[in-house]
Design a binder for this molecule. Structure first.
Ligand code: SF4
Length: 330
């Protein structure tokens, strides 16, 4: 279970004297928080609102919502202060870590994987404690495991996000394969696609070790077909995201100008959420490019009737990058 420290939240509330608090967290932590918030209110004497909307990352900060409600303190749980206005004095980030250990059967499979290979270890922030355990077990058994180096003062060693895998890239040339620790294949798929290295996921809940290579190859084939369609498009929708960390207006402007320079018709759009249903209103658009989240253009690529490209993918269709530069697969 991913544990939230009630004591840490209470300390932040009390040290700031916050009388009203907005707590924001990913969906998986909300059941725990709905039990914890009444106790926190009692302990701190503050009025606490739990943000009920989805929250997939710190690109989706609830700070503006909190400020609009006149809240004294916004507590964001489970993500790094990576995007947007993260240094605001009314905002605090709190980590939440998975505390379980990997099952012995899964650890045995990892040890077999590590035989005669150097493994690069990565994880999303919640699983970094398990990552450290795995590294030390592999090393003490004579194996070689390298933890991705911290790429900035925000990202921790080995930490990857759905859209940010620089820590993995720092050790790409030193490893034979990556091992991503976490539930689900979301983070591991990004590592597989953007490093081109064989990538395995060790899932502490399913107690399974899965090779992501077949999924990565399938995704690459669909993405390549979508990029091919995009090169023939004449009418583009250029979408700027409206969430705080996704509002890359300059990036959207650059994409729109480059398309117009190439004689393409451009419709500029702004959206908070992207879905096939939302895009159906915009008639005649043959390709969308978007600043919301690069993973929409990977994970959801099959859901859309027309290509919906990230900035990296856009760079490929305008000839500024090759497919292999973005997705370095043989
Ligand atoms: S931009 Fe996408 S992948 Fe990156 S943190 Fe936000 S939701 Fe996650």
């Amino acid at each position: 279970m991913i544990r939230i420290s009630r004591g840490e939240i209470a300390r932040h509330i009390l040290s700031r004297g916050a009388k009203t608090v907005l707590i924001q967290a990913p969906e998986g932590l909300k059941p725990q928080l709905s039990r914890l918030v009444p106790d926190l209110e009692e302990e701190t004497g503050s009025v606490i609102i739990l943000h009920g909307d989805s929250c997939f990352g710190s690109c989706d900060l609830g700070l503006a919502d909190g400020l609009r409600m006149g809240i004294d303190l916004v507590v964001h749980i489970g993500h790094n202060p990576y995007f947007g206005d993260c240094r605001n004095e009314r905002l605090v980030f709190i980590d939440a870590y998975e505390e379980r250990e990997l099952a012995p059967t899964l650890m045995k499979q990892i040890m077999e994987l590590a035989e005669n290979r150097t493994l690069g270890l990565v994880a999303s922030i919640q699983y970094l404690k398990i990552l450290e355990d795995v590294r030390s077990i592999i090393s003490s058994n004579g194996g070689r495991a390298v933890v991705g180096r911290a790429s900035s003062n925000v990202m921790k060693p080995g930490q990857v996000m759905g859209c940010e895998i620089t820590t993995a890239k720092t050790v790409r040339n030193e490893v034979d394969a990556f091992l991503a620790i976490g539930g689900g294949d979301f983070h591991a798929l990004g590592v597989a696609l953007w490093t081109g290295r064989p990538t395995y996921i060790a899932d502490p809940y399913k107690e399974s070790l899965v090779d992501l290579t077949p999924l990565a190859r399938r995704k690459l084939a669909v993405i390549a077909a979508r990029l091919d369609d995009a090169t023939r498009a004449e009418r583009f929708g250029v979408i700027v995201g409206l969430k705080e960390g996704q509002m890359k207006k300059g990036m959207a402007d650059v994409m729109a100008s480059k398309l117009e320079e190439r004689g393409k018709k451009v419709l500029r759009l702004a959206l908070r959420e992207l879905s096939p249903e939302r895009l159906r209103y915009f008639d005649g658009i043959e390709c969308f490019v978007q600043t919301l989240c690069s993973r929409i253009s990977i994970d959801d690529v099959e859901l859309y009737d027309v290509p919906v490209l990230s900035y990296d993918q856009f760079s490929i269709i305008v000839g500024e990058k090759t497919f292999e530069e973005v997705y370095p697969w043989d």
